[in-house]
Design a protein around this ligand. Structure first.
Ligand code: TMP
Length: 216
């Protein structure tokens, strides 16, 4: 059986990284073959690109350069890590993917969702996640959480005004409306245990569906 590709998306401070890591832990205990990875990053070249993009000192970075660097990191990560893992039958849980570029660069930066999609089509060569879990939270609430989490790195995009992060959330709504069947929406403003149990339930049903469809 081939593996599964699931991405996690959402605005800053939605807690998706914590939840996805809890989920990986849980699935491993059930002896599922699962890989956690993130964008931008997950492998050496993409982590190096990440540090250029997110360095708070790189204030002169042009919006299109930013979009192209995310797409370049995405390409390398896909080829080097995601595709081989899917081929080997792993469930790949990816912390952010293409929808982040559409919401952040395409919509919030104003580069155009269609334009950013075009450069990314070259990068992903039609490979999309089977399902995407969207962790929804109001930007004000997300920011409160970021300020309470002292271990979290502050990156260049965190320094954007609240208005930018409202646009990110609007961008996600737009992208989800175009492909409602791919997205599973989670209310990330709930207490962490409830966010986790909702996410687990959703992911379990994706896995069950996948097992059913590949065993007939
Ligand atoms: P993280 O904080 O979730 O690790 O993500 C790093 C930052 O990069 C976050 O502010 C969202 C942003 N980002 C984009 O703007 N476009 C993208 O394509 C990706 C993957 C992330």
């Amino acid at each position: 059986m081939k593996g599964l590709f699931i991405s996690a998306e959402g605005p800053e401070g939605a807690g998706k990284t914590t939840i996805i890591q809890m989920l990986v832990e849980h699935l491993r205990q059930e002896n599922q073959k699962v890989v956690y990875t993130r964008e931008p990053g997950g492998i050496k070249i993409a982590e190096e690109i990440r540090s250029i993009i997110l360095n708070p000192e790189n204030t002169e970075m042009d919006g299109r350069t930013e979009a192209l660097l995310y797409a370049a990191a995405r390409r390398q990560h896909l080829v080097e890590k995601v595709l081989p893992a899917i081929e080997e039958g792993y469930i790949v849980l990816c912390d952010r993917f293409l929808d982040s570029s559409l919401a952040y660069q395409g919509f919030a930066r104003g580069l155009g969702v269609q334009e950013v999609l075009s450069i990314n089509q070259f990068a992903i060569d039609s490979l999309m996640p089977t399902k995407t879990i969207y962790f929804d939270i109001e930007p004000e609430e997300g920011f409160k959480r970021i300020q309470q989490n002292k271990d979290r790195e502050i990156n260049r995009l965190d320094l954007e005004e609240l208005e930018f992060h409202h646009k990110v959330r609007d961008g996600y709504q737009l992208v989800m409306a175009k492909e409602p069947e791919r997205f599973l929406k989670i209310n990330a403003a709930q207490p962490i245990e409830d966010v986790f149990s909702d996410t687990l339930r959703q992911v379990q049903s994706i896995i069950d569906e996948h097992v059913k469809s590949t065993s007939v």
